[in-house]
Design a protein around this ligand. Structure first.
Ligand code: K1U
Ligand code: ZN
Length: 180
């Protein structure tokens, strides 16, 4: 298994639209295992393949306290969504440190394939419903900050770019230190 690099907003690759998975086998099993290790290490409660620069329709979720209830959704589709909405303070491993309210349907029914390519349906509410919808947005190239006002989004973008420059400076200093 391996810990994968999580793309950080505003990386343009986060806006790519994922393609359906068409072949099931060892490559998908390894991707799921690597994504799970990456999500638990972060830590997070969900992760979409798009966030690790794999633009295929695969997402994982584990909202359990014990971190032993991993769910895999491949080629997911929302087949029903409630008229009732809920607002949840969402976070994102691609936008670390930022949490803000997003309104979404409170209950959903999703159809998807599991890691073996077997179809299933799941009804979800609460955090599970939030998380699945958030991860499905990633597969469509959408990051949750796009639900926020342009003012908030631009502030977040500026903060993330400043942090990125800081990380690049630190990496350059470390590399220079290794040369001397
Ligand atoms: O980046 C992601 O898509 C994962 C994201 C999922 C999510 C969480 C909350 C609302 C909507 C979507 C995260 O996991 S952010 C981190 C987080 O919420 C968390 C981390 C540790 C323990 C519990 C939650
Ligand atoms: Zn996210």
């Amino acid at each position: 298994m391996a810990i994968l690099n999580i793309l950080r907003y505003p990386d343009a690759r986060l806006h790519k639209v994922a393609k359906p998975v068409t072949e099931f086998g060892e490559r998908i099993k390894k991707l799921v295992a690597d994504m799970a290790e990456t999500m638990y290490d972060a830590p997070g409660v969900g992760l979409a393949a798009s966030q690790v620069d794999v633009h295929e329709q695969l997402l994982i979720v584990d909202i359990s306290e014990t971190k032993d209830e991993l769910r895999v959704f491949i080629n997911p589709q929302i087949v029903w969504a409630s008229a009732e909405k809920q607002v949840y303070d969402e976070g994102c491993l691609s936008v670390p440190g930022i949490y803000d309210g997003v309104e979404r349907p409170a209950q959903i029914k999703v159809s998807a394939l599991d890691a073996d390519g077997k179809p299933f349906e799941l009804s979800a509410d609460g955090l599970m419903a939030v998380c699945i919808q958030h991860e499905m947005d990633h597969l469509m190239g959408k990051v949750f900050v796009e639900y926020l006002s342009p003012l908030k989004r631009n502030r977040i973008k500026a903060k993330m770019l400043k942090e990125e420059r800081g990380m690049e400076r630190e990496a350059a200093l470390r590399a220079a230190g290794r040369r001397h």
